[in-house]
Ligand binder design. Structure first.
Ligand code: 7PJ
Length: 340
């Protein structure tokens, strides 16, 4: 089967971007006002053959940025784990009280969204029961949403999604892209909130054993495209969907690098994009930092790369470091809009 893909390239920023768009020689990347693409890599895949060439062109579908996102710069989603076995903070947030305090701190540091999760999906981890997951996260969601903060819930389970929305969560973030159980899709079809669909190959327990792709970026693209179409067919409006290539979820070191290098490909999905690479294993492999909690500098490098490639949401542990780094990159790329 033959299939064509389009990956935006020749990226230009700030006033240069706006000028090129006005002159009709560039188009906005992912609907973001300060990034333009001037070229498109036309990728043709037929069986095992992949051909690529850069040309002047446009993507088939232009992303419309929904109201809950910014068309100017990426939103920072701060991670609030309520899992005793969470790998990156050593279970520090095991108790709701600590998680709430942590969430409030991240909000103070500039997080736009707080992603509350009660089930670890790190490689090799076992799932938790619905009851346990709810017991962990509901008090945290209630407290943070009660403070007027925007909360997303990181879960694969329908019951947890419904209960979290009732408790005040405004976004559902699902690392299984609504495939964990049919009821998850039904729950989201009945809701009206934004839904983040993340790609994974395999389940958390076994996904890192032997991940395989023909072409990782194209395969992940096809999978996300199919999930978006399935969700739309099930009654979830396209404007509610955010896509995420799922760094570290059934991907080798090289797979992760290839997905990040070609990240702009995913703008062809026509929906906003989330990037989550904070403190993940490939950052440790690149920096030599074995302790997940010490991978802040490498993670910030990856976050800035993602922002410059048009990510709409960055999911991070280290909010202060990320917000400061983004402020510098954004001010240089677009000083007029940064109020300088
Ligand atoms: C991700 C996630 C991610 C989205 C986790 C960890 C593992 N949700 N939940 N994207 N990762 N959307 O934080 O390292 O990359 S849990």
């Amino acid at each position: 089967m033959r299939k064509s893909y389009a990956r935006p390239g020749g990226l230009v920023y700030g006033s240069d971007a706006r000028q090129l768009i006005e002159e009709g020689r560039g188009a906005s990347l992912g609907g973001l006002s300060a990034i333009a693409y001037t070229l498109v890599e036309e990728i043709e895949r037929s069986g095992e053959q992949v051909s690529r060439r850069f040309a002047q062109g446009r993507l088939p579908r232009q992303t419309v940025v929904p109201a809950f996102l910014s068309a100017e710069q990426p939103l920072v989603m701060g991670i609030v784990n309520v899992t005793p076995d969470s790998f990156s903070d050593g279970g520090l947030n095991a108790e709701a009280e600590r998680a709430i305090a942590h969430g409030l701190q991240l909000a103070k540091e500039g997080a736009d969204i707080l992603d509350v999760g009660g089930e670890s999906t790190r490689p090799g981890s076992e799932g938790v029961s619905e009851a346990e997951e709810l017991h962990r996260i509901l008090p945290v969601i209630e407290a943070l949403a009660g403070q007027g903060l925007t909360v997303s819930v990181d879960t694969r389970k329908a019951k947890v999604m419904r209960a979290a929305l009732k408790a005040g969560a405004k976004i559902v973030n699902d690392v299984a892209a609504l495939t964990y159980e049919p009821a998850a899709m039904e729950a989201m079809a009945e809701a009206t909130c934004p839904v983040i669909l993340m790609h994974a190959q395999g389940d958390p327990k076994t996904m890192q054993l032997s991940p395989h792709y023909d072409d990782v970026a194209l395969d992940v693209f096809d999978w996300l495209e199919a999930r978006i179409e399935a969700c739309v067919a099930a009654g979830i409006a396209r404007e509610r969907i955010v896509a995420d290539p799922g760094i570290g979820f059934g991907k080798s070191f090289r797979h992760n690098i290839d997905v990040l290098r070609q990240f702009t490909l995913f703008h062809s999905l026509g929906v906003p994009l989330l990037m989550g690479l904070s403190r993940k294993g490939f950052i440790g492999a690149l920096t030599g930092e074995k302790q997940a909690g010490n991978r802040v500098h490498g993670s910030v490098g990856g976050a800035v790369w993602s922002a410059l490639n048009g990510a709409h949401i960055l999911r991070v542990h280290d909010v202060k470091a990320t917000v400061e780094a983004l402020a510098v990159a954004e001010a240089i790329a677009d000083p007029d809009r940064s109020g300088l």
